[in-house]
Design a protein around this ligand. Structure first.
Ligand SMILES: Nc1ncnc2c1ncn2[C@@H]1O[C@H](COP(=O)(O)OP(=O)(O)OP(=O)(O)O)[C@@H](O)[C@H]1O
Ligand SMILES: [Mg+2]
Length: 233
């Protein structure tokens, strides 16, 4: 038993985000406070346009807040330059985008191996690890296929393998089961639970799928720019 204070994997404090559209300023996120610890599985629900993807982009350091801070592994994204943010993300985060963002000219295996190649691993090592992850999402048989030759759900599973390949401390997922049938979605959930429990991986899952949301330990709703427990009025 260690007495060290548990450090949040990801923490955002009084985060605000607004977009300026011509003369108009649109406030999307208002004073969001949020912490995620090892092994947490948090679902974020909210209507279309409520700011879920915007929030994930801030949490992943892909975009910076208008004010407030986001810290990953104790480091404030806004204090880093773009290259350093990329390195921090590569070290600690996995990201499954709402639209898979696989690279079209590379195979499923190469796509899944990419974060390890970026981290400086050898091609052989990266591909061996990527193949293990493709097996976990039942995509090993499609390893040599390019994204255009895969179905939407298959691409999503390759994107999930890519997000998990570095064994990140936190994984951010935007609609990970949007294109999956029930059985495959259940398999993805099983993998998420297993990694959270056995490896302490933390998950933030944005979804419209209430069933998927309810399988996580905490469900938060984004509404009018604010994040609250989903069962609060
Ligand atoms: N780059 C941008 N410039 C201006 N406005 C933006 C930009 N990105 C998002 N928005 C606006 O911010 C709001 C939140 O968008 P966001 O994509 O975060 O919603 P969402 O909750 O992910 O929706 P969905 O469930 O449809 O994916 C929307 O009103 C959107 O029009
Ligand atoms: Mg979205």
């Amino acid at each position: 038993m260690t007495l060290k204070t548990k450090q949040a994997v990801l923490r955002c404090s009084t985060l605000n985000k607004s977009y300026t559209e011509g003369p108009q300023e649109v406030q999307v996120l208002t004073a969001i406070d949020f912490e995620i610890f090892a092994g947490d599985r948090i679902a974020i629900i909210g209507s279309s346009g409520s700011g879920k993807t915007t929030l994930l982009n801030m949490l992943g350091g892909l975009d910076l807040p208008s004010s407030g801070t986001v810290e990953l592994a104790g480091k404030d994204f806004s204090k880093l330059n773009q290259k350093q943010r990329g390195q921090l993300r590569n070290q600690h985060l996995g990201f499954v985008y709402q639209f898979h963002h696989l690279l079209p000219e590379f195979t499923a295996l190469e796509n899944a191996a990419m974060p390890l190649l970026i981290a400086g691993k050898s091609m052989k090592e990266a591909k061996a690890q990527a193949l293990k992850l493709l097996e976990k999402v039942s995509m090993a048989e499609r390893a040599e296929h390019k994204p255009a030759e895969l179905s939407g759900g298959e691409r999503q599973r390759v994107a999930l393998a890519r997000a998990l390949v570095t064994n990140p401390s936190c994984v951010l997922l935007d609609e990970p089961t949007g294109n999956l049938d029930q059985q495959t979605a259940a398999q993805v959930q099983q993998l998420i639970t297993e990694l959270a429990e056995n490896s302490g991986t933390a998950f933030v899952i944005v979804t419209h799928d209430i069933e998927l949301a309810q399988q996580q330990n905490r469900v938060l709703r984004l509404d009018k720019g604010q994040l609250r427990a989903a069962n609060e009025a």
